[in-house]
Design a protein around this ligand. Structure first.
Ligand SMILES: NC(=O)c1ccc[n+]([C@@H]2O[C@H](COP(=O)([O-])OP(=O)(O)OC[C@H]3O[C@@H](n4cnc5c(N)ncnc54)[C@H](OP(=O)(O)O)[C@@H]3O)[C@@H](O)[C@H]2O)c1
Length: 414
């Protein structure tokens, strides 16, 4: 490393066009010899810059509900932990992007507004990956979308050395080949991939399962309520105490409160839960081919599958209330309540999603609000499962899982 005196730095800066484009001369602080050394090193060789400034670039795709909460957590993290220096080098939605070709940082202050005002369109993903892979420091790509296209690009990104953190389920619950390609690419390049929030939002579901498996416990069964929407619906439709409302009324109420997707059929078809089960089953060692390769019970009446809009579906749903009333009554007759659950029997390799009856005293029956609950039955825990319970949706808690993953990656690469 070449050492320079602070007073030499101004001359060096003036002769360094790239650096002048990053930070105005007036904003630089020549009184810091560490900073001076770093700036000088950058002007002669990018590798020296990496050695001198412990810097990690963050690239973010997706700035919706979770993305915005993540941005505010990232800004707080960057302020709290000055090293490694976290620099945002790319951010995009599906239509807009913000980045600088010379990798000068995009300011986190007001970044959502800057992105909304941007006239840059996002380049095609392979180009974005090229840009990030050529950055003069390590890069963590944060995928805050639910895009299959972005998920399909993970093997390429990882093979180019980009680490990935994401709440997006698509990559890990798509084809088994994509799952294998992702982890092969990561193992080969050494890049990291974490996806805690893809199941149970910020709840430590994936990290707990990984710890159980990695420490040699034998997971025999995983069972739980994996959807905040289904949790809310059944906790109010078939409460442990009281009558509960009509099914169609509860679905309408859940939609009005923002608990469902714009078209509630996207929750009621069970696919979202099936995707989460696929991820957990694979982590438990089962080579599940896809979320449609095991039984998934849909709560959409056959006759309403063809409705052209969610509103039309909600209008026609009351005509099918009796089916759900019968299901509730059958459970009540047995002294139980009905819940929409997913389960993985590891020994028999059976994965299923659908309605089940539970004793009123069972932890799954007495869940409240829109909480998730996930029980891990293992050899070590015996007949009393390890239970994780709490909010399984919401921007802040989901972003917490993403930020936690980011911190894990930083501790390994920076
Ligand atoms: N919200 C929760 O409670 C929760 C809980 C657990 C997991 N998650 C997961 O977290 C992820 C984000 O959820 P969210 O609620 O934040 O979704 P959201 O509000 O719909 O935001 C999605 C963001 O991704 C962008 N996007 C979509 N496709 C893109 C593409 N191909 N390229 C670039 N940007 C793209 C969207 O941009 P445009 O606006 O331009 O389309 C938007 O900014 C999803 O995978 C979701 O399943 C969410």
């Amino acid at each position: 490393m070449v050492q320079v005196k602070p007073t030499q730095v101004l001359e060096l800066l003036a002769a360094t066009p790239l650096l002048n484009s990053i930070t105005p001369l007036s904003e630089r602080n020549p009184s810091s010899s560490i900073q001076a050394t770093c700036i000088f090193a950058a002007s002669i060789h990018p590798q020296d810059k990496m050695a001198a400034v412990n810097q990690v670039y963050i690239a973010i795709i997706g700035a919706g509900g979770v993305g915005k909460c993540f941005l505010s957590q990232l800004q707080a993290l960057a302020a709290r932990r000055p090293s490694p220096k976290l620099s945002l080098c790319y951010i995009s939605t599906s239509r807009k992007a913000l980045y600088n070709v010379d990798y000068s940082p995009v300011s986190l202050d007001g970044v959502t507004e800057s992105l909304a005002a941007s006239t840059q369109a996002p380049p095609p993903l392979p180009q974005v990956i090229d840009y990030l892979a050529s950055a003069p420091a390590k890069v963590i790509l944060v995928d805050n979308t639910s895009s299959q296209d972005v998920a399909d690009a993970y093997p390429l990104a990882l093979s180019r050395g980009l680490s990935i953190v994401t709440p997006n389920k698509k990559a890990f619950s798509g084809s088994y080949k994509l799952w294998q390609d992702i982890f092969t690419a990561a193992a080969t390049s050494g890049a990291k991939v974490y996806h805690e929030s893809s199941v149970g939002a910020g709840l430590p579901v994936i990290s707990t399962l990984k710890d159980l498996v990695d420490t040699g416990d034998k997971v025999t069964k995983i069972e739980g309520v994996f959807s905040g929407t289904m949790s809310f619906l059944f906790n109010s439709f078939a409460p442990t105490e009281g009558q509960g409302g009509k099914w169609s009324e509860e679905v309408k109420k859940a939609k009005a409160l923002g608990y469902t997707e714009p078209d509630p059929r996207d929750d009621l078809n069970g696919l979202d839960v099936a995707r989460k089960l696929t991820i957990l089953a694979r982590l438990a060692g089962l080579p599940v081919e896809s979320p449609t390769s095991f039984p998934v019970q849909s709560l959409i009446p056959k006759e309403l599958e063809a409705c052209s809009t969610g509103d039309e579906f909600l209008e026609k749903l009351p005509a099918f209330d009796q089916q759900m009333e019968d299901t509730k009554a059958a459970a009540e007759k047995a002294g139980k309540v009905v819940r929409f659950v997913g389960s993985i029997d590891v020994a028999t390799q059976q994965v299923k999603v659908g309605l089940e009856q539970f004793d009123r005293s069972h932890p799954i029956a007495s869940l409240k609000g829109s909480d998730n609950i996930i029980s891990f039955y293992t050899e070590r825990y015996g007949s009393n499962p390890l239970i994780i319970q709490g909010a399984g949706a919401g921007g802040d808690v989901t972003a917490m899982g993403v930020t936690g993953d980011l911190i894990k990656v930083l501790s390994q690469i920076a």
